[in-house]
Design a protein around this ligand. Structure first.
Ligand SMILES: [Zn+2]
Ligand SMILES: [Zn+2]
Length: 137
């Protein structure tokens, strides 16, 4: 078993590569079976024939839903929770809840932030969720 990211031999019990830190089985540069360089997009290793597992594809989220959530509920970070950008979503939520109490401006700032992101989602400037899965039209 080799690291698919850097071809370093992996201990059978290792969860991450000690050399590059990539999680076991992650990466697309080398075959995990023989450490030969992988052809980009190949499903099997051209050297040893081992199956190269493809990156995990999650369920595609709706671009329209994410965009509308951003425009209407962006100040609560709902669109970012939906897309999996939890850190950004919490920041927007806190800006609205805490910033709103302190200044009344936090909520406005968060609304504009969400509105801009909603438009970016609808226009395709933001085209994937936090896992890199492209949004469905
Ligand atoms: Zn590695
Ligand atoms: Zn191979």
């Amino acid at each position: 078993m080799y690291c698919k990211h850097c071809a370093n031999p992996l201990d059978p019990a290792a969860v991450v590569c000690v050399k590059c830190g990539a999680p076991r089985g992650q990466g697309a540069n080398f075959c995990q079976n023989c450490a030969a360089p992988s052809v980009p997009g190949a499903v099997v290793c051209t050297t040893c024939g081992a199956a190269l597992s493809q990156p995990v594809q999650g369920v595609q989220k709706s671009k329209m839903a994410a965009g509308l959530l951003g425009i209407f509920l962006g100040s609560l970070g709902v669109h970012n929770f939906y897309l999996g950008f939890t850190g950004k979503a919490v920041a927007q939520l806190l800006l609205t809840l805490i910033g709103g109490w302190l200044f009344g401006l936090g909520a406005i700032a968060a609304s504009i932030w969400g509105l801009v992101e909603g438009i970016q989602i609808l226009t395709g400037s933001i085209k994937a969720d936090a896992k890199g899965v492209p949004l469905a039209d």
